[in-house]
Design a protein around this ligand. Structure first.
Ligand code: NAD
Length: 471
């Protein structure tokens, strides 16, 4: 039996590397959620936070970053025990989280609004106002980082935030809350709501006092949240799933491409929304490239996440590992050949939620497993002969988050990059990520953009002022 993460009044975190309890947090009742919304509302009306000057709010945010960095090793270990990511990756996640607080502090201090051209005897200009209460709902794959990417700009804009972390990784959010308090964030400006989506989600997304929703997670949940937001006519941003193609042309630097393709699917054990989970190889190099890829993927060191030599840890939970295994079984039924992997490693890894790097060929472009997100280390491969072939297979399905293009011809990279329906295009690199560059999806991979300076405006509403000059 795989361990369950749920009990009645607490949420247990289960370490996916060994199935042992990694910690527990208290679940919030519906009444407690209601109380948290009341308190956030009061905090917004009193306005201690939103009325602070930008440089004062920025100073608080920089203090949060400093606390995160001071406690980097412990936070990385905490996250590692909750979702099984290798320790080196968990350390990077803490850095990224801290960077978000520093970055949005800088954006806040340098943010400018417009004086607009008058068409009469008045002065007109804009200011930015917070929405009030923002609900931030997050997944389990990089909690501290994704939470910071949402909360830092939302708080910078002067909002109060109710953070609902994933029930799979509830602990790191409480650390963020603790540091926010130590840094001097006024009471109830940030609160954490613990519980499953089904238990606490509806109250949070349907309460009229919640004036904006920011969500990262699966597309089905995103649709539920968008419907709730539409019903109340409040804005929402959605960062959803992906099935991103990696495209390898015959003229590419093939060693570089193999490396990028392996990292693109085995990094975070494929549990990244931008995982390069479908591969299109130009047919004249198909056999050669597939051979190289199979060899390189077989060398990926799967192991305990606390070891610095580990390249791929377990999946984030036993439930999720079983889901990935079921999708690989479905691929088999759909006619896939399993070139590599397709099993849970045994021996010393048998007590964890591990799944081997897996390579599937022979899927048609209308099969479910070519089009659906598996969110594990499972790469689906097809070949292409010409651009028409390529674009059909790269753009099919409902997702449009990212794509990788490997070629030495800049014109070809540009043309294909423009033709791909995706929010991020990587050329001769993959999963390069910068806080200062917008991120988000086309099609059903999302609505809106995160990161970059403009994100602070996403959490703000514009107010226009006219000052008459006739008195
Ligand atoms: P999920 O949709 O199951 O859950 C995400 C969050 O939503 C959790 O906190 C969950 O409790 C909550 N939730 C679930 N039902 C809810 C409801 N009815 N109302 C309110 N909240 C509800 O997703 P997950 O399994 O935690 O995360 C994996 C998914 O996240 C993948 O599809 C992945 O691609 C996506 N993701 C996207 C990005 C991105 O930036 N585009 C980043 C990371 C993960």
């Amino acid at each position: 039996m795989t361990p369950s993460t749920q009990q009645s009044e607490v949420i247990l975190s289960i370490n996916p590397a060994n199935g042992q309890v990694a910690g527990q947090v208290e679940k919030n009742s519906e009444r407690q959620v209601e109380r948290a919304i009341d308190l956030a509302n009061q905090a917004h009306i009193e306005g201690t936070w939103r009325k602070m000057l930008p440089h004062e709010r920025a100073a608080t945010m920089r203090r949060i970053a400093a606390y995160l960095l001071e406690d980097k090793e412990r936070l990385a270990l905490l996250q590692m025990r909750e979702n099984g990511k290798p320790i080196l990756e968990c350390l990077r996640i803490v850095d990224n989280a801290a960077n978000a607080w520093v970055y949005y502090a800088a954006v806040l201090e340098t943010l400018e609004t417009e004086v607009t051209p008058p068409r009469g005897n008045y002065l007109s200009h804009t200011i930015l106002e917070p929405f009030g209460i923002v609900a931030a709902i997050t997944p389990w794959n990089s909690p501290l980082m994704i939470e910071s990417y949402k909360i830092a700009p939302a708080l910078a804009a002067g909002n109060c935030v109710l953070l609902k972390p994933s029930e799979e990784t509830p602990q790191t959010s409480l650390e963020l809350l603790k540091f926010a308090k130590l840094a001097g964030l006024p009471d109830h400006t940030l609160q954490v709501i613990q519980g499953t989506g089904a238990e606490v989600g509806p109250k949070l997304i349907n309460d009229d006092r919640v004036q904006m929703i920011t969500f990262t997670g699966g597309t089905a949940t995103g649709r539920t949240i968008a419907k709730a937001a539409a019903e109340r006519l409040v804005p929402c941003t959605l960062e959803l799933g992906g099935k991103s193609p990696q495209i390898v042309f015959a003229d590419a630097d093939l060693d570089l491409a193999v490396d990028g393709v392996v990292k693109g699917i085995c990094g975070a054990a494929g549990q990244s929304c931008t995982a390069g989970s479908r591969l299109l190889i130009e047919s004249r190099i198909y056999d050669d490239f597939l051979g190289k890829l199979k060899y390189e993927m077989s060398l990926v060191r799967v192991g305990a996440p606390h070891l610095e030599t580990t390249q791929m840890g377990p999946l984030a939970s036993f439930k999720h590992r079983d889901r990935v295994a079921a999708l690989v079984d479905l691929a088999r039924e759909e006619g896939a050949t399993v070139e590599l992997g397709g099993f849970s490693p045994q021996g010393e890894l048998s007590s964890g939620a591990y799944y081997a790097p897996t390579l599937l060929t022979g899927l048609s472009n209308n099969s479910r497993t070519w089009n659906e997100e598996i969110f594990g280390p499972v790469l689906c491969v097809r070949s292409f002969d010409d651009i028409e072939d390529l674009m059909r297979d790269a753009n099919c399905g409902s997702y449009g988050l990212a794509a990788g293009i490997w070629t030495r011809e800049f014109q070809k990279a540009w043309d294909v990059g423009r033709a791909i329906d995706a929010g991020t295009i990587w050329i001769n690199t993959y999963e390069q990520s910068s806080l200062s560059t917008p991120f988000g999806g086309f099609k059903q991979s999302g609505i809106g953009r995160e990161k970059a300076a403009q994100c602070l405006r996403t959490y703000s509403q514009i107010k226009s002022f006219y000052w008459g000059m006739n008195t």
